[in-house]
Design a protein around this ligand. Structure first.
Ligand code: NDP
Length: 289
């Protein structure tokens, strides 16, 4: 038989996590603040717990998935004695600072702590496309990795508990950049009455081609510090970028999302980087802290 596991928080994601553990054959104890949400999981074989303490006591491994770290703190702070000697995997979305704070709190109370970043929507959990980033106690991670693999791929990022969140937020940052671009692009074609669905194949192919070039090329330039380009210069981009902003204005599309890019290109040029590629922007974004 598979090792037991506890899931705290049965929102959209927590429910998917608990269902995946059940399907993989793990005795799964579940708790949710709103008790009625345990129903569908109990029908799939989950064991409902009346309190989070009872749920934690049922398994060596507890996975917690609430809305925010503040919610996790509110639920778990009174339960340190129950958690002591067990493993807590916190897959709630948060910041590296919050994750490190949770790890320090856990260490203080003898709780093995692993922080997680879920790179999937609930429907993807336990499919080959899903993976979870982990950081924190490597010993606890190694011990429970097989159980955690019921959720999808497992990616270890390091013993600094903040790293899973840093990787997670960095990936989301790239995604939101794309979301902004896609939204602006559709707003622009629709301003001429062009259907988004007609335009979609062009946009998808273009973004795929650009991603395949820009992602690895920028990484290489940033790591080597060699930004000089024979592909597309800061000078050329700075000269052409206002064409976008003028067209947004002409077509009645808000320019807010794209104005900061013009400022960054202007800054790059004024700093003397005319012949560099757009990879130079990575360095201009870094601020002293
Ligand atoms: P939901 O809003 O569906 O669920 C939130 C869960 O948190 C519910 O179980 C809710 O309980 C519980 N909760 C909130 N506050 C408290 C509290 N103070 N005390 C006890 N329980 C509390 O959100 P999701 O399941 O979608 O998301 C959960 C986490 O997973 C978030 O951090 C999210 O960013 C992350 N995530 C979600 C993804 C997604 O695609 N959905 C993808 C990757 C990460 P109740 O039912 O009683 O309200």
């Amino acid at each position: 038989t598979r090792p037991p596991v506890t899931v705290l928080g049965l929102g959209l994601m927590g429910t998917a996590l608990a269902a995946a553990f059940l399907r993989a054959g793990h005795p799964t104890t579940v708790w949710n603040r709103t008790a009625s949400k345990t129903g569908p999981l109990v029908a799939q074989g989950a064991i409902p717990a009346d309190t989070p303490a009872e749920a934690i006591a049922a398994s060596p491994l507890t996975v917690v998935c609430l809305t925010t770290y503040d919610d996790v703190t509110a639920v778990l702070t009174p339960l340190t004695a129950t958690l002591a000697g067990r493993t807590l995997v916190n897959v709630t979305n948060g910041t590296p600072v919050q994750a490190r704070k949770s790890a320090a709190w856990a260490e203080e109370h003898g709780i093995a702590y692993v922080d997680g970043g879920i790179m999937a929507v609930p429907q993807m959990i336990a499919t080959p496309a899903a993976y979870v980033l982990y950081s924190g106690s490597q010993e606890a991670y190694d011990r429970h990795r097989t159980t955690l693999s019921a959720l999808g791929g497992t990616r270890w990022t390091g013993t600094d508990a903040g790293l899973a969140a840093l990787y997670d937020l960095s990936l989301l940052t790239g995604m939101y950049g794309m979301v902004m671009g896609v939204a602006q692009s559709y707003a622009l074609v629709r301003s001429e009455g062009i259907s988004a669905q007609d335009f979609a194949p062009l946009l998808e192919d273009w973004l795929n081609a650009m991603t395949a070039g820009i992602v690895p090329r920028t990484a290489e330039a940033v790591d080597s510090g060699r930004h000089l380009t024979d592909v597309s210069s800061i000078a050329a981009n700075q000269a052409a970028f206002p064409n976008l902003l003028h067209t947004f204005a002409d077509q009645g599309v808000r320019p807010d999302l794209f104005e900061p890019m013009r400022q960054l290109l202007d800054h790059a040029l004024s700093e003397g980087h005319a012949g560099d590629g757009l990879s130079r922007l990575v360095e201009l974004l870094a601020e002293p802290r």
